[in-house]
Design a protein around this ligand. Structure first.
Ligand code: GLU
Length: 299
């Protein structure tokens, strides 16, 4: 009998800004799921798009994780120096006819719901710079996958579209980088926010095409404002605290946002005590399968 793989999870922030309460909830959920399974928890900085990532934000994020007691295993991985691995993946796809160069601009196909694949059979305009796209219409690609909270997901490949893998400015796209790094780091469990659920079909296609194993998926409800907006830098999501009293309160509220019903007397306990309680009591069954969760009120 083969042994089940040791659990390996990860938190993979894009360092476009410091973590806010919504990203703390995602980090905490993936941390608790890994620790409750006795597994490893890794941190990967997804800085493939340097213009979007102000210098120093990666260190700020790492410091914030430590402040909340979310200590990771192994050394942190950064994506900015992973060019060779991503190029290998793109070449492998292109060799199989599963990736193709595309010279079209967004403006040209704006009347269509997804890119109609004009360059699949040859470049529309060889004089233009090219992006690389995944052929989402070929091969045995499962557009069916299981989410531990939201159950079986099905997607019609017609609605998927040929996602970009490498941009015209030569920057790597998230879909390719995340799949290559998850596989290379031996990630068994992807736990992240609900906003990434609809990226999963392309990631499943890439995993199948590159002969990578399929991780388990758990998408966590997104924390939204009382007006139903996703927390973000743009809508002034509350910044994460660094003063110990406020840190304890925010961690407690993050546990509430994950439906873990922490007992009231935990709200002022040190982060290590709160995390110990939360690892012991972590229960995905308690999470209600709704896409959104309203920001818990300050006590
Ligand atoms: N880097 C992505 C983000 O910050 C998350 C990637 C993932 O967890 O798959 O939204």
């Amino acid at each position: 009998m083969t042994q089940p793989l040791r659990y390996r999870g990860r938190f993979a922030p894009t360092p476009s800004g410091p973590l806010h309460f919504g990203s703390l909830v995602a980090a905490l959920g993936s941390y608790l799921d890994a620790r409750a399974a006795g597994g490893d928890w890794l941190v990967r900085i997804e800085d493939i798009d340097p213009p979007r990532c102000p210098p120093g934000t990666d260190s700020t994020i790492l410091h914030q994780l430590e402040t909340f007691g979310l200590h990771w295993d192994e050394t942190v991985r950064w994506q900015h120096d992973r060019h060779a691995a991503y190029q290998w993946a793109l070449d492998t796809l292109a060799d199989q006819g599963l990736a193709y160069p595309c010279s079209c601009s967004r403006k040209q196909w704006q009347a269509y719901p997804v890119y109609p694949g004009w360059c699949r059979t040859g470049l529309s305009d060889p004089a233009q710079p090219v992006a690389w796209r995944l052929r989402s219409d070929l091969g045995k690609r499962p557009i069916q996958w299981h989410d531990r909270l939201f159950g079986w997901q099905h997607l019609d490949p017609e609605t998927l579209g040929d996602v970009i893998l490498k941009r015209k400015d030569a920057l790597w796209a998230y879909q390719l980088a995340v799949v290559v790094d998850d596989a290379e780091q031996g990630i068994t469990d992807v736990v992240r926010g609900f906003d990434l659920l609809d990226n999963t079909p392309w990631q499943r296609q890439l995993q199948v095409a590159l002969a990578f194993p399929e991780p388990r998926y758990l998408h966590l409800p997104l924390v939204v404002t009382s007006q139903g907006q996703k927390l973000s830098k743009q809508n002034l999501a509350p910044a994460l605290a660094d003063e110990p009293h406020a840190v304890r309160q925010q961690l407690f509220r993050a546990l509430q946002a994950l439906d873990q019903a922490p007992p009231d007397d935990l709200s002022q306990a040190p982060v290590t005590t709160q995390l110990d309680w939360a690892v012991t009591h972590w229960s995905v069954e308690q999470l209600s399968p709704s896409a959104q969760r309203e920001l818990p009120q300050e006590p």
